[in-house]
Design a protein around this ligand. Structure first.
Ligand code: PLP
Length: 372
């Protein structure tokens, strides 16, 4: 995909914020507990390889990705640390994962049987048993099946190595801990069903690492915290360390103009100026990940809030300005300008979603620029 380098729209990513967040998370961990930086989905829109490098510098021991290709991209970039794929990989790709020392989750013995047919045994495939304790997504649901899978691995020791067991919590970011406690108890039962503990026993995403520190494991899958975002949104504000938002989203006016009352703006002509107004045009749109439903939200220009007027187009949108500003004037979509600030959370609230989705939806067309 083409990256629009010759346009003023860009995501500015603070290296120091990413490093601080990871270092703070590492400092919290018990001796012997590792942190795997979750860099799936282009590191939540922040740039896979760049974030992985920064996380490693700040103390991350390994990486989690969603799909095998993301793991291969890290290997291509020269990373030698452990990598775990979090989603189910097609068993026909088992040998490719094994050759690249990329660990995969296993949720069914039938997966092992299918993969066994393709694994040469040159390099054993590292697997982590996924256990479904209440997320309902992937994982073993019965202890007996888990014991069978462990026995299968024992009988195919050249092809497989059981490296981990894990689960994923559905409500670690909520105030009510009843579902969390149920899942935690079920996970302990699963672990007890194994003849011996594998190297990694892991349950924690960012929320669990922040708010359920009594919940033990020896590896943390630390994701959204890397990017300085609170996994609970605004629900739980009590944090053991502050999270530094890593991304700023910026553009610049390409034009601004004075218009008389009655001027229509954008598709559908749904906005009509009610008096003499100044309308500015910003070169970013829904193809960049600035959602159509951001109509009516604000951006910052010269420290002032300016509303988005008319429909957001694919590549541009319009704002109402307090006065004429020259082309090139900075427009802040996410970040601080003067005394005011718009956060990723503010954008998510307005769009009726979570900040994870806003960050991930920023398209490849928007250049990522790394600073400080
Ligand atoms: C995405 C993901 C994580 C990271 O979650 P955050 O909330 O971003 O910390 C951890 N574990 C699994 C299984 C995931 O899919």
């Amino acid at each position: 995909m083409v990256v629009a380098l010759h346009r003023p729209t860009r995501a500015i990513i603070s290296r120091s914020a990413i490093k601080r967040n990871v270092a703070n998370a590492c400092a919290q961990l018990d001796e012997g507990t590792e942190l795997f930086a979750v860099v799936k989905a282009n590191a939540y829109g922040h740039g896979l390889v760049q974030v992985a490098r920064l996380a490693r510098q700040a103390g991350a021991n390994g990486f989690c990705v969603a799909v095998l290709d993301e793991g291969l991209a890290l290997r291509d970039a020269g990373f030698t640390e452990p990598i775990l794929v979090l989603g189910i990989v097609d068993p026909v790709c088992a040998e490719l994962a094994a050759q690249n020392h990329i660990a995969v989750p296993v949720a069914e013995t039938s997966w092992l049987e299918a993969a066994a047919g393709t694994l040469t045994g040159d390099s054993p495939l590292h697997v982590h048993f996924a256990t479904d304790t209440g997320m309902g997504r992937i994982g073993f649901t019965h202890r007996g099946d888990l014991a069978d899978a462990a026995a299968f691995i024992d009988a195919h020791a050249k092809q497989f190595e059981l490296e981990g067991i894990f689960t994923h919590f559905a409500t670690a970011d909520e105030v009510d801990i009843s579902q969390f406690n149920k899942q935690s108890a079920r996970f302990n039962d699963f672990v007890a069903a194994l003849p011996k503990r594998p190297r990694y026993v892991h349950v924690a995403n960012t929320a669990t690492s922040l708010w359920h520190t009594a919940c033990k494991g020896n590896m943390v899958r630390y994701g959204v915290g890397i990017y300085g975002l609170n996994p609970s949104g605004r629900t739980i504000t009590d944090l053991p360390y502050s999270l530094a938002p890593a991304m700023r989203l910026e553009s610049a006016l390409v034009m601004s103009k004075a218009v008389p009352a009655g001027t229509t703006v954008s598709y559908g002509a749904t906005y009509v100026s009610s008096k003499d107004e100044i309308i500015g045009t910003v070169p970013m749109g829904y193809a960049d990940g600035w959602l159509r439903r951001m109509q009516g939200f604000d951006v910052l220009v010269d420290g002032q809030r300016c509303p988005i007027v008319g429909r957001v187009c694919m590549d541009q949108f319009m704002i109402r300005l307090p006065k004429l500003y020259p082309a090139g004037t900075v427009v802040t979509l996410i970040g601080r300008d003067g005394d005011d600030e718009i956060t990723m959370q503010d954008v998510a609230d307005y769009a009726g979603t979570i900040h994870y989705e806003i960050a991930c939806c920023l398209s490849e067309r928007v250049p990522r620029v790394y600073v400080d």
